[in-house]
Design a protein around this ligand. Structure first.
Ligand code: ADP
Ligand code: MG
Length: 365
């Protein structure tokens, strides 16, 4: 029996560390945040005798509609919905027989590095799974969610966002994920720390520009270094990789330097993910882990700024400002970069006051 009316939701996420490593087969360490996207899905019998079913959707008072089976990308927010229905059809799931009405509500900012896109996709997959009783696991949803962005929306994002959003259960839980094997471990945020997210208000896009360029640079470096994934290389062998990149005939020296910096970011970032995960686990037993955590956040930000070159001056200033606030134990750019948000760890009990101080100082920037 079809479920005619149901509500499904998905939390946004913030990445604690492990940036631009997912599409390089590396490690990531994201956590859910309390802000979420909710999809109310209502099915109504189709009155037409043809087999064309209407999908209509509303978000922020913007209404769209399209016919199931006629999904076309039009660089619009509805691409995320069309991608979901198209991929379900392609995978031969029976989602026919009804007109589908979708009402979307969200308190996640869009384009702010908190993955409103994956939250929308996962919430809709969940709603479709419930409505049509589809046999899809959380990991299946994560994989199909990535395909929606890659194949339909045209954003070549990695698996991190749909994976953590589909698999993790609650805010306060972080997921240590090996993006190559999709093995993961659930790690609690240490009791003494809270997560603070500061939205810079500068939005980014994963469909074009720098994000795409970085992916291409990693692919070029991987080809020269004869590996499928940069993350399969070894941080200890960086000088050898540098030699190989610079000796490659087709790369100019400035290009070789750029490719080397991208490789160094990916390998050092994977190492920082492992160290942060261990520091979280050890924090209750060893207070020195707190210094290590702060250092890891700082070096991750510097690597994104200098080696991966995805930060911007406004974000650098914000990270500096947040880091200098008392009770903050690390701050860095989170998400793909070129805008977005800063993630910080703050001593428990000081989140509100730290946030207020940061906002008032931010207005003076
Ligand atoms: P992020 O995932 O970091 O928020 P993206 O650029 O990947 O940024 O995705 C943002 C895009 O996702 C928006 O521009 C919009 O097209 C779509 N989107 C996300 N949430 C919603 C929503 N609640 N309603 C409509 N579109 C949404
Ligand atoms: Mg996104």
């Amino acid at each position: 029996m079809i479920n005619i009316n149901n509500i499904s939701s998905a939390y946004g996420r913030v990445n604690l560390i492990g940036e631009h490593t997912d599409y390089n087969g590396g490690l990531v360490f994201p956590t859910l945040i309390p802000e979420k996207t909710t999809v109310q899905l209502t099915l109504s019998p189709s009155h037409s005798h043809s087999s064309s079913y209407l999908v209509s959707a509303n978000s922020n008072n913007d209404t769209i509609s399209y016919l199931l089976g006629e999904e076309k990308n039009c660089s619009h927010w509805s691409d995320y919905l069309k991608g979901v229905t198209k991929i379900l059809r392609e995978e031969n799931f029976n989602i026919f027989g009804y007109n589908i009405n979708i009402n979307i509500e969200s308190n996640l900012p869009m384009g702010s590095g908190l993955s409103s896109s994956a939250a929308l996709i996962v919430a809709l997959f969940r709603a479709m799974v419930n409505a049509f009783h589809l046999n899809l696991s959380d990991i299946d949803i994560a994989k199909l969610g990535q395909r929606v962005e890659n194949e339909f929306v045209g954003a070549r994002v990695g698996i991190m966002d749909p994976m953590v959003i589909s698999v993790a259960q609650n805010p306060g839980q972080a997921l240590f994920i090996d993006t190559k094997s999709l093995c993961y471990q659930t790690i609690d945020i240490p009791d003494s720390l809270e997560i603070l997210v500061i939205n810079s208000g500068i939005s980014h896009s994963n469909r074009s520009g720098g994000y795409l360029k970085r992916r291409e640079e990693c692919e070029e470096a991987a080809k020269i270094l004869n590996t499928t994934y940069l993350s399969d290389l070894n941080l200890q062998n960086l000088s050898e990789y540098k030699r190989l990149l610079f000796s490659q005939q087709s790369t100019t020296s400035s290009n070789a330097e750029t490719l080397f910096k991208r490789v160094r970011h990916v390998l050092s970032e994977n190492d920082r993910v492992l160290k942060l995960k261990d520091a979280f686990i050890n924090l209750a037993a060893s207070s020195s882990s707190l210094n290590l955590i702060k250092d890891l956040f700082a070096s991750s930000h510097l690597s994104m700024k200098n080696d991966y070159e995805v930060s911007i001056p406004e974000i650098d200033r914000l990270v500096e400002l947040v880091s200098s606030e008392p009770h903050i134990h690390g701050a860095r750019l989170t998400g793909g970069g070129f805008g977005g948000s800063v993630v910080a760890l703050v001593e428990k009990g000081y989140k509100e006051i730290a946030y207020k101080n940061i906002l008032s100082k931010q207005q003076q920037l």
